[in-house]
Write a protein that binds this ligand. Structure first.
Ligand SMILES: NC(=O)c1ccc[n+]([C@@H]2O[C@H](COP(=O)([O-])OP(=O)(O)OC[C@H]3O[C@@H](n4cnc5c(N)ncnc54)[C@H](O)[C@@H]3O)[C@@H](O)[C@H]2O)c1
Length: 323
């Protein structure tokens, strides 16, 4: 089969791409290599895929450029492109978030619909990368999908808006669409602004690790291969006739940042130099996913335990920085 992956040079998009190529599928990727973090990492993410016959990478901005129709002739779309990160989404940067997260999603969905009309086919199914940040400080944990969305960051607002766009295009134009609410994703290729990447890099270099808050905040951490598997299972369901839905993808291991640091000491084998500072505006206190709906609808069953996954990320960081 042939798939479109947006955000194909990013952490998650490149991982989905590699998994699809490994299974013999063709992938057309779209990415505009935003400067949110060092593009050298994004180029490294796509290096292996680039040498693959079944792969094509288009450098274009979904918020601005037209998607060529050849890129829309696909069996499904994995929509991962976004301006990620909670903390940078305040102030004038919000314009980038609305463009990359909301406008880009609307233009993608519109392109899928118009392409199907021209081709006289059904619209391609779309799996959209949503976020646990749409819940804000959820009233109950583990959090179920019908909990009231109450994002506490501008980023979360844009991710929720794009979920609604997927629902809108499903209702109006029959686009099969599923939104997957990822809970903190980690593993090889993790973005450099994310905690595990920063912690591992600092730990290996013997540098100070700066923690936002007192370290008692907790997250439901989800290993990258489980996120890839969840995406593919969601796509399979859409291709088998499901109209789609909204599901949490969480790894099932909710731990505090302090517990993560303890694990890191064991993995790296030396003490850490950690300092604790102010919590950041927009960061939620705790996240925990109820994944029973994802399990029932798409067979989601996360496999990788935190200790194993964190060790794999540390190894990747070591190799990436030659540490
Ligand atoms: N990493 C996580 O823990 C996490 C958690 C929840 C949700 N998500 C969502 O998962 C998706 C992937 O996240 P990631 O961590 O891989 O981030 P990432 O920044 O590594 O990847 C996103 C990619 O999208 C590209 N992009 C952004 N705007 C674009 C545009 N207008 N046109 C074309 N390309 C564009 C960027 O250049 C980047 O390579 C995002 O939608 C993010 O909101 C991630």
């Amino acid at each position: 089969m042939r798939f479109l992956v947006t955000g194909a040079a990013g952490f998650i998009g490149s991982s989905i791409t590699d998994a699809l190529l490994a299974d013999g599928h063709q992938v057309v990727g779209i990415d505009c290599f935003t400067s949110y973090y060092d593009v050298a990492q994004k180029h490294a993410n796509v290096a292996a895929a680039r040498s693959h016959d079944g792969h094509e990478l288009l450098e274009l901005d979904l918020a601005v450029d037209e998607i060529p129709s050849s890129a829309l002739e696909v069996d499904g779309v994995f929509h991962q492109a976004a301006q990620a990160g909670v903390r940078a989404s305040w102030g004038s940067e919000f314009e980038t978030y609305t463009a990359c997260n909301v406008l880009a999603t609307q233009r993608l969905l519109e392109s899928v619909v118009r392409h199907a009309e021209r081709a006289g086919t059904a619209p391609s199914p779309v799996v959209y990368a949503s976020s646990s940040s749409i819940y804000g400080n959820a009233e109950s944990r583990p959090t179920v999908e019908d909990a009231l969305p109450a994002p506490i960051s501008p980023y979360g607002v844009t991710k929720l808006a794009a979920e609604h766009l997927c629902d809108t295009y499903r209702h109006a134009f029959g686009v099969p669409a599923t939104s997957l609410r990822y809970f903190t994703v980690y593993g090889p290729r993790q973005r450099p602004d994310m905690a595990f990447h920063k912690f591992a890099k600092a730990a290996l270099a013997g540098d100070q690790i700066s923690i936002y808050g007192d370290g008692t905040q907790s997250r439901d951490f989800t290993f990258i291969s489980d996120i890839v598997a969840g995406n593919r299972a969601a796509m399979d369901a859409l291709q088998s006739g499901s109209r789609g839905g909204t599901y949490n993808l969480g790894g099932g291991s909710t731990v505090t940042v302090r517990e993560v640091l303890d694990l890191l000491v064991e993995i790296v084998g030396s003490p850490l130099n950690a300092s604790f500072g102010d919590p950041q505006k927009g960061d939620v206190r705790h996240t925990s996913a109820d994944t029973s709906a994802a399990r029932a609808a798409i067979g989601f069953a996360p496999k990788v335990q935190l200790a194993d996954g964190l060790a794999r990320e540390v190894e990747w960081v070591r190799g990436f920085y030659g540490a």
